[in-house]
Design a binder for this molecule. Structure first.
Ligand code: SF4
Length: 256
């Protein structure tokens, strides 16, 4: 049976289908995402799931402690990918970020907790898999109307309203996977925009589910070696595979 398509591959496809092609060939296609600052912000944000109902009153202090823990743990988690000096340099910026967003996060805490982090999901029937950042539990304490919804972390700023299209599609993918796991409908999801400390909730639409399944089919054919067209809006400027991509373009135009 073919390996399920990861939701991260759907995201990469949305950035540029050709990036997925080069990744399938074993190339590194996204070095800029994992800066020490982004890694630290993400670790601190993930740890918010550990806050119990009685804690979090002084969230600024709690975030400072979470950052100190992350500084000790991140080198062990990302051993080859992170330089300890860069990490220390990023810590100051992350401390300033934490102090700035603490009041907003304080308000959003009840939207993201109780929750479980980094939940691995897989459906052979859908041919999809992925690791969702958080699964949030909602509903009455007696268990009636109990819901679980996916939540994803984004280091970026949010759009003016709603969420970015790629985030909506990622959430649609995770929702379908969560539905398979829980055998229950999942029709909402959250995006946590870390830079601004905002949490935005969206409805999962049928069109988004359908789009994810069509992209899944395209990812499969790219994995089998089909070179996708170069999209007009592709983010080529700082692309790590720009040179190879342009060579392919030249070769293709020679033949056709
Ligand atoms: S150079 Fe542009 S089209 Fe080619 S893979 Fe990179 S982003 Fe995509």
């Amino acid at each position: 049976m073919a390996q399920p398509v990861r939701i991260s591959e759907i995201s990469l496809y949305l950035r540029c289908p050709r990036l997925l092609y080069f990744q399938a060939m074993g190339r590194r296609v996204h070095p800029e995402v994992e800066t020490p600052k982004n890694i630290l912000m993400r670790e601190v944000a993930l740890s918010l799931s550990e806050i119990g109902p009685e804690e979090g009153e002084d969230l600024g202090e709690w975030l400072r402690e979470a950052l100190e823990r992350a500084l000790v743990e991140v080198p062990a988690i990302y051993r080859e990918r992170i330089n300890p000096h860069d990490l220390q340099a990023a810590a100051e910026e992350v401390a300033a970020w934490a102090a700035e967003v603490a009041p907003k996060i304080q308000v959003s805490l009840r939207e993201i907790n109780p929750s479980t982090v980094e939940v691995e999901l897989r459906s052979d029937r859908l041919g999809l898999s992925g690791r969702v950042d958080r699964v949030v539990s909602r509903g009455a304490e007696d268990g009636s109307n109990h819901l679980r919804i996916p939540s994803i972390l984004r280091v970026d700023l949010p759009p003016e309203a709603g969420v970015w299209r790629s985030d909506r599609l990622r959430l649609a993918g995770y929702s379908m996977l969560l539905e398979e796991e829980l055998e229950a409908r999942v029709d909402r999801g959250l995006v946590e925009y870390l830079r601004s400390g905002e949490v935005r909730e969206v409805e999962i639409r049928p069109t988004d589910r359908r789009r994810v399944l069509r992209i899944r089919d395209r990812v499969r054919s790219i994995r089998e070696g089909k070179l996708p067209d170069r999209p007009r809006e592709a983010p080529c400027e700082r692309c790590p595979v720009l040179e190879s991509c342009e060579t392919r373009q030249t070769l293709a135009s020679k033949f056709f």
